[in-house]
Design a protein around this ligand. Structure first.
Ligand code: C5P
Length: 233
């Protein structure tokens, strides 16, 4: 495994655009995230191609289904050779444990990460789902559940990282989007942190898209972010 904490988010609508970008990057200097749009359009072939080019892949498909189905999907992801997969913690204990047990039997077990509460949701939104906790309380509850089921970590906002790392311990892996190097555009992100701030708050891996993918020189942008991170770890 390379030591970079940066996961470049491949938010593209086809394989060609994704490959044009990854050809400019170095598998030793970053990891890559493939989400629902690119996976649905380009399929597992793209994942296998990038894995065979030595990239570590976070397959961000946020599985949420009955335990047997999620376990089988996780096994299929592991068979593609990915480095990290994720599931919704709100799928519950049986689903989370089934996912973990399925991955335990795979030769190169990917990290298993939970999504807690989607950051697009407010206290009001979850109340409509009959969840009386605040978003912050629900995030902590679901993160604790994920940890107690043996998952490796959670996806969370960097703004939640400090609290979660105090509550769940420094070895519980925190994967955080919403990262913007100082001086770069916020795009549509509202609550941002710089790479150094996120690492200092307890983030393990930073999911970063546009500051790298839309940069005139993506490799230079990635190198600058890696250097910023290395200056604080
Ligand atoms: O371009 P940008 O750095 O904003 O991309 C962030 C990536 O992280 C996107 O793929 C986005 O969907 C994802 N993400 C996020 N906020 C979350 C969860 C995922 O920005 N709470």
């Amino acid at each position: 495994m390379n030591s970079s904490r940066v996961v470049v988010s491949l938010d593209f609508s086809d394989a060609k655009q994704a490959l044009d970008l990854t050809r400019k990057l170095d598998p030793e200097n970053c990891k890559l995230k493939i989400g629902k749009e690119l996976f649905t359009r380009a399929g597992p072939g793209l994942v296998e191609k990038l894995v065979s080019s030595n990239f570590e892949i976070f397959l961000d498909l946020k599985y949420h289904d009955i335990p047997n189905t999620v376990a089988s999907a996780c096994r299929a992801a592991a068979d593609l050779g990915v480095w990290m997969v994720n599931v919704h913690a709100s799928g519950g204990r049986a689903m989370l444990e089934a996912a973990g047990e399925a991955l335990d039997k795979t030769p190169n077990k990917p990290l298993l990460i939970a999504v807690t509460v989607l950051t697009s949701m407010s206290d009001e939104d979850i109340r409509e789902l009959a969840i009386m906790n605040s978003v912050a309380e629900q995030v902590l509850l679901l993160a604790r559940l994920a940890k107690s089921c043996g998952l490796d970590g959670v996806v969370c906002s960097a703004k939640e990282a400090n609290q979660l790392s105090i509550e769940l311990g420094k070895s519980f892996c925190l994967v955080t989007p919403g990262i913007r190097p100082a001086g770069s555009s916020n795009d549509d992100q509202k609550r941002i942190m710089t790479p150094a701030e996120a690492i200092n708050a307890g983030s393990h891996y930073l999911v970063i898209g546009r500051p790298i993918t839309k940069a005139a020189d993506p490799l230079a942008a990635l190198n600058a972010i890696n250097a910023e991170i290395n200056s604080v770890i």
